[in-house]
Design a protein around this ligand. Structure first.
Ligand code: ADP
Ligand code: MG
Ligand code: ZN
Length: 621
């Protein structure tokens, strides 16, 4: 979704031959061959008979000969009856004299003399120049190919930025939903681009740089385009990552070029996507080779500082990593306006769904409210993707309209990848069934957990099964209690494996990684552990470079704290599963026969399974 898109035809250094090129090479080859076989080759007169010179003389006397062509010692004869022959004479005697001496009037025939020497000279000249010509041609073609692959070998600094003329950026604010505050802030920029004199008259500092910050897929690129569309100005864009592929020294030249181009077509918007690729903090990090990036960044800063008040240019940059941006970028007069985009809330999702549902045939009964509720955590790009997938699914099954089932499947696919039926042994399936049931049951008995949406033992992407427990509502805060409960749920799969099979499998690796991440964040980032509200991670890392400078003593304490959290949460999961063993068995058995259980089915199984055990009490760590 958010990967770099290159136009893929040419690899970076690969050579690509088109039919036209092949034809050219072929032509060159044959031309060469033709020259080397030489003029001699085609004057060889294949098929004509060889006659002694005396026969020629007598034939001329008999007036049988139409004409002769002499090349050095070689005489080609054309007879009046159309026959041809070849004869040879002494190199230094002329046929003229031979005929005269023989008493034949040379005037009776036509004698053409071809100057062999001059032909030879041409061959000589050609053959000494040809290799040079060929080498030049060779390099020319190679460079042309290479140039195609990396255009800047010759055209240093010619900007790759694409200009879209005024009527091209048809995107407007109405194409972007769920980001009302951002639109509000950007409408100022639009207004400035449309009526700059108004702002200048007030002596207001006009906007120069706007930084769009937000997770990928939240519509940063879209919004930048919309600003250009609303203001009806050209949109000149380049991606930060493109600078990184350039030769040393080219980045800065590109920037210069970009701004020159923009200045020529002002009012205009310059859009630098993925600016974090160049805007990383300078002088930070242990890896070398940041010089190029620094130069590029410096050039951007220089260009932006060099804007005169008359300039009608606004630079918009987008990033999803504001934390690593160089502070120099966000100083006043540069990207001093920051616009934050977040994942859309339920109202936002409803609006985005409305935008992207337009033009697709859905059954009337679709409950968009429910779709919006089900897609907590989906970005605008995810939602667009989801509806597109739903349409593809419906088409594949030959439906006339897209229904809820398609949307549901698409929603899962967008997040987890497509269904993939793997060959699994019965034993493997049993393990997967217990593993997933473990997640679901632990979650069910966690007092603050969201309801289980679905459990499945059908593989998707690289996973063998999945248990979906999407957030039931948009939350601004996560509480410590909920985080700890989540860790238990994540470890529920492994706990079930251990309980049932007295064995551990590699299938839980992903869960364990996630659980560890959350535990770490609790201690190091959110300051929720006994080590107090101190960020041991980022602040120090930022000050001291990319390597964390936590003291060894503190690191040991952090490790111990994480360890304690994980152990406690794993125990809690084990306890629940032991207490509800019969439910676990029942859910796993149902999963094995039905492969997928929807949320209500799961709850029904839980509720209808009588348990001898008493209900687990609320556990807190
Ligand atoms: P970003 O640049 O933040 O990664 P994009 O602007 O490239 O995200 O979004 C990709 C696509 O997702 C857009 O072209 C659009 O179709 C859809 N999209 C993303 N956010 C929104 C939104 N807020 N409203 C409508 N569509 C959106
Ligand atoms: Mg983008
Ligand atoms: Zn799992």
């Amino acid at each position: 979704m958010n990967g770099r898109r290159r136009n893929g035809k040419r690899t970076k250094f690969g050579l690509r031959f088109t039919w036209k090129d092949l034809l050219l090479y072929g032509f060159l080859f044959f031309f060469l061959l033709f020259l080397m076989m030489g003029i001699g080759g085609f004057t060889a007169g294949t098929g004509s008979s060889n006659i002694p010179i005396s026969k020629l003389v007598s034939d001329i006397r008999d007036k049988k000969v139409e004409d002769v062509t002499i090349t050095d010692s070689r005489v080609e004869i054309t007879y009046k009856n159309g026959e041809k022959a070849v004869s040879h004479k002494e190199p230094n005697t002329s046929l003229y004299e031979i005929l005269k001496n023989a008493g034949v009037d040379p005037q009776t025939i036509k004698i053409n003399v071809r100057d062999e020497a001059s032909v030879n000279a041409w061959i000589n000249i050609l053959s000494s120049f040809l290799p040079v010509l060929l080498i030049i041609a060779f390099f020319y073609f190679i460079f042309r190919q290479a140039k195609g692959a990396q255009e800047n070998i010759f055209s240093f600094g010619a900007s790759k930025g694409k200009t879209f003329n005024k009527d091209f950026s048809k995107t407007t604010f109405s194409d972007v939903a769920g980001v009302d505050e951002a639109k509000q802030e950007l409408s100022e920029v639009v207004d400035f681009l449309k009526h700059p004199e108004k702002y200048r008259a007030m002596g207001a500092r006009t906007p120069k740089g706007v930084l769009l910050v937000g997770p990928s897929g939240t519509g940063k690129t879209l919004l930048a385009r919309a600003v250009a569309g609303e203001a009806q100005v050209p949109f000149i864009s380049i991606a930060g990552s493109e600078f990184m592929e350039m030769l040393v020294g080219v980045g800065a030249a590109r920037v210069r070029d970009l701004f020159t181009t923009a200045k020529k077509s002002q009012p205009a918007i310059i859009f630098i996507d993925e600016v974090d690729a160049i805007g990383r903090q300078r002088g930070v990090g242990i890896m070398g080779g940041h010089d190029e990036r620094e130069q590029t960044l410096n050039q951007i800063l220089v260009e932006m500082d060099g804007f005169t008040p008359n300039e009608q240019l606004v630079v918009i940059a987008a990033t999803n990593r504001p934390d690593i941006l160089d502070p120099a970028l966000i100083r006043p007069g540069r990207f001093d306006r920051r616009v934050f985009l977040t994942l859309p809330d339920i109202e936002g999702r409803k609006d985005i769904l409305k935008i992207h549902a337009a033009g697709k045939p859905f059954v009337k009964t679709i409950d968009w409210e429910r779709v919006a509720r089900r897609t907590v955590g989906y970005s605008g790009a995810d939602l667009e993707n989801m509806l597109n997938e739903a349409a593809i699914l419906a088409a594949r099954f030959g439906k006339k309209q897209i229904d809820m089932k398609d949307i549901e499947e698409a929603a899962t696919k967008v997040k987890l990848g497509p269904e993939k039926k793997r060959m699994q042994s019965d034993e493997d399936k049993r393990i997967t069934a217990y593993h997933e049931s473990g997640h679901a049951i632990v979650s069910y008995f966690m007092p603050h957990a969201d309801p289980v949406h679905r459990i499945s033992i059908v593989g998707r992407g690289i996973s063998l099964g999945h248990t979906l427990i999407p957030p039931a509502q948009d939350r601004v805060h996560e509480t410590k209690t909920r985080l700890l409960e989540q860790i238990s749920t994540m470890l529920g799969g492994r706990a079930a494996e251990e309980l049932i099979f007295s064995e551990m499998t590699t299938g839980a690796a992903d869960d364990i990684e996630k659980a560890t991440q959350v535990a770490r964040a609790i201690v190091v980032e959110y300051g929720m552990s006994d080590l107090g509200p101190i960020n041991y991670d980022k602040e120090r890392a930022r000050i001291f470079g990319e390597v964390s400078q936590v003291s060894e003593d503190m690191q040991a304490k952090i490790d111990r704290e994480m360890r304690r959290i994980i152990d406690q949460r794993y125990e809690a999961a084990q306890k629940i599963l032991k207490q509800h063993r019969s439910k676990l068995d029942k859910v796993a058995a149902e999963l094995l026969t039905r492969e997928t259980l929807e949320g209500e089915q799961f709850v029904n199984i839980i509720k209808s399974t009588k348990t001898p055990e008493k209900k687990a009490g609320n556990k807190k760590s």
